[in-house]
Unconditional design. Sequence first.
Length: 209
Amino acid sequence: MNNSTQKNCTIDNMNAFERGVKRAFDMIGALLGLIILSPVFLIIYVMQKIEGEGPAIFSQDRIGKGGKPFKIYKFRTMIVESEVDGPCLAQKDDDRLTSVGRFLRAYHLDELPQLWNVFIGDMSFVGYRPEREYFIKKIMENNTDYELLYCSRPGVTSDATIHNGYTDTMEKMLKRLEMDLNYLRHRTLGLDMKIILETIFSIGRGKKI
């Protein structure tokens, strides 16, 4: 995180106590999630192996708090050689998706391994979606305010995740940035809980967010 970003961390509406409570909730919630959902992890793993070759868990470098890289974990949803021509944005009905992967992505079950990212502190339940450095550079060619997000941990879900649709264009990435910055300026523990509940209800209703 550069000095400019550190100075502008005043954009964060949460105080130190609230951030501490948020982190404690993340750790406890993620640990419970990993334990309770372990049978689901096993079922998905078996489904992946039955469908074909390749790892069940996919990892990728993303940029998180402080502008530092970390490994994000997901259940693999695409064919193994999905980016032979370099980084590209995933599309809503991407033809690189496997049959199991299409189902997992539709209901965001591919995100479950991120409970580990939340538990170890790379991510939070609520926060901006972490992006790859390649796309961050593209975003910052249009809006350098992206750096302000580095004040906080990236999240599994967000207001933008629920309401901005599938982020498959630069226009949507810039809209997502605006929504993420707005969240950071106004975030509270109550707002976090609202976003978590809204995410659960949306997925439970079958809404493909």
